[in-house]
Design a protein around this ligand. Sequence first.
Ligand SMILES: [Zn+2]
Ligand SMILES: [Zn+2]
Length: 169
Amino acid sequence: MNPRVRARCRACEIPVPGDLAEGAVQCMRCTEPVRAVLPVPPLDESLERCVVCEARTFYIEKAINRALGLLLVVGAAVISAVIFYFNGIAALAFLIVFALVDFGAYHALPLRTVCYECLTEYQGWPLSERHRPFDHDIFEGIRQRRIRESEQVEASSDEAPLVTRGTSS
Ligand SMILES: [Zn+2]
Ligand SMILES: [Zn+2]
């Protein structure tokens, strides 16, 4: 797969089509542009900072298209059910072959680096030893901090801020 930077719209939380390394991209839903604020690093350097949000926390994951993966599994289940109607053994054989191919394909998939903060995906850059697989605790910590930050922004932008705003933590 070609190296590319795939950003996500912050407001809509959907991936934005196009390669950010080639310039600003636009969200399909809200048409908000997403652009890199830092230069995209050369392909022989691992990522230090996210070019979209400048964060330094990344995780590594398999470059899998989840929707496509799910579609394949559902498709295989339907096909095996049809085969099963005619021949049980053949249906079983089909499922075993599918599982083996699926397993092989998964292991052959390349890895990509993803920003925890804005979920921008970097495919094709060398992996850094500092980056680990997805950690839910780190993700949750960032999410909670962002909620607190947006509450603060909201509170400070109110003309008459409420005295007690429910931020029990
Ligand atoms: Zn959007
Ligand atoms: Zn980021």
